[in-house]
Design a binder for this molecule. Sequence first.
Ligand SMILES: [Zn+2]
Length: 342
Amino acid sequence: MLERLKQLREDAKRELEPVSDPAALEQWRVSYLGKRGRLTLTLRGVGKLPPQERPAVGRLANEIKTHLERAFKERAEELRRALLAKELAEASIDVRLPGRQQSLGYLHITTQTLREIYAIFADMGFQVLRSGEVEDDLTNFQLLNMPPGHPARDMWSTFYTTRPGVLLRSHTSPGQIHAMRKHYPRPIRVILPGKCYRYEQITTRSEQMFFQVEGLAVGRNITMADLKGVLVSFVRQMFGSERRLRFRPSYFPFTEPSAEVDIDCILCGGEGCQLCKHTGWLEILGSGMVHPTVLQNGGYDPEEFSGFAFGMGVERICMLKHGITDIRYFYSNDLRFLQQFG
Ligand SMILES: [Zn+2]
């Protein structure tokens, strides 16, 4: 029995020598120290030995057990270190803290909408022209056919500065005058984007500051058909190629004739729903043929030249396109709203 134990110790030692990975080591452990391992089985057999042999065999068996367990632990530790050394050698470990995440900025939804509008009109040959947000009464009203006391001025109540006659423009239309005076006598095809101001109650549909895009074309033989063609093209690129347009007679002091332009409801397609107030139509902009007096104020002879103009609220376009229900979201700086368009 003692000989068998000694043999077992030699076998275990020899077999442990080439073990070089955790799986093989575990296998070695099971085959000697496991429930059915050689040493375990041998220890169980001690009880069957004659009493005088038991102490010596038992002592040796326990010695071997301790020895094998220690050998197992040592080899396991060796393997762990070897593995770590290998990993360190193969891959470089970056011990630095990750940096703070840079949050990328993005354009405000109004700017995104403006750029979409620019792109569509640029394709049709319109240049972008800018004019100031601070205007005088002359350009904001009088040259647009609204002399002092004209009742239509009530529709464009605005903010006045302390300098008499200087105001924040109530629409982008004064840009028409600037464009004509700049380009006369050449033909004109421009859009005029920018901020406008109104002194009126803030509601879900109206803000005191908002964006408009004005359009102006002046030349020889320009007709209402040109206006319709340009607007149909714009609307179909902006709201979908199936859109239908409706021109509704209207009144603006600076165009004659004037028309409000509606599109068939983008939500219900004309069936009638809450968005279109069950009319099937959505108003998107005002337009018309440039009034002869305005042409003249811009320097163009209305006998020789004609033109069309239109003006749209950028937030309105954006609200329809994205299903936004309240214009006040745009400039209240609520990130929960703004981040939806990042
Ligand atoms: Zn509808």
